[in-house]
Ligand binder design. Sequence first.
Ligand SMILES: Nc1ncnc2c1ncn2[C@@H]1O[C@H](COP(=O)(O)OP(=O)(O)OP(=O)(O)O)[C@@H](O)[C@H]1O
Length: 311
Amino acid sequence: MAAGAIEIRGLVKTYAGGRHGPEKHALKGIDLDIPQGSVFGLLGPNGAGKSTLINILAGLVVKTAGRVTIWGFDQDRNPRQSRASIGVMPQELNLDPFFTPREALEVQAGLYGVPRGQRRSDEILALVGLEDKAGAYARTLSGGMRRRLLLAKALVHHPHILVLDEPTAGVDIELRAMLWENVRRLNRAGMTIILTTHYLEEAEEMCDEIAIINEGAVVARDSTARLLDRLDGRRMILTPEAPGTTLPQGSGIEAGQWADGTIEISYRARETPAETVLEAVRAAGIRIRDLRIEQADLQDVFLDLTRSKAG
Ligand SMILES: Nc1ncnc2c1ncn2[C@@H]1O[C@H](COP(=O)(O)OP(=O)(O)OP(=O)(O)O)[C@@H](O)[C@H]1O
């Protein structure tokens, strides 16, 4: 089926200002399609509007204008079906301290109208590694265990789409590994995953496609590979056999020398092949002892796109 998991058209969210404050235009008319079966990353600096967008998808924040379709269900016309199609693991550890994990899952399943015969609380607790704690009060769980429980809660109604809001912010390595293993497994089983993260390496590693949001607008949306391709800036870092005084020159080449004699040459791969750069190095009489080439990563793409228009 070619239909998208999520279709967003002209989505606007304006928060009312305080008594004297101005209105806050958190989302300024977003169009976004998220394909079924993808691991989709939402990236953006603080205050870009990611949480607002996710909370609208989850039905927790009411949009000001626009259309949101979740798994083919229009959020306004079919609110129940659209809500049933999506599970959200929130950022905050908001759990009832007096429920055990098993009870919390049963309550959540009840809220979503999952019939008793179709509930798989113990299976889900095992999936997130909480089977030993199924009967412990939530207040006795560590921060990491609470996060596992939040993930479990997001899964009780077997949603087609799982949204993870900053799932690894401040978590330890073991929990992070557990989360990513689960995300990969759920995705392989057909679940569409949407995640927000501040960790660009994480997005680079996990996401097939990425939308970058800045100041309430989508400034880029592409496959991770193509986003990385977009910046073709390269840095050739070379150690000369002997400290040279002449630097390589040529069109499209910018060279400088570090205090320790290392030479750094910047060029754009699409316009200037590495061979041309090497010819310029030889022409300057430099013999190469060692060489490495660094290329742009998502951090560079991100900075380039979110660098304020004013900057
Ligand atoms: N309830 C609210 N009332 C007024 N303004 C709000 C409200 N919630 C968010 N905002 C504002 O809307 C803008 C977008 O906020 P949002 O939390 O969606 O950003 P974000 O990208 O999720 O940031 P972060 O990564 O810090 O969570 C911000 O300027 C924020 O101050």
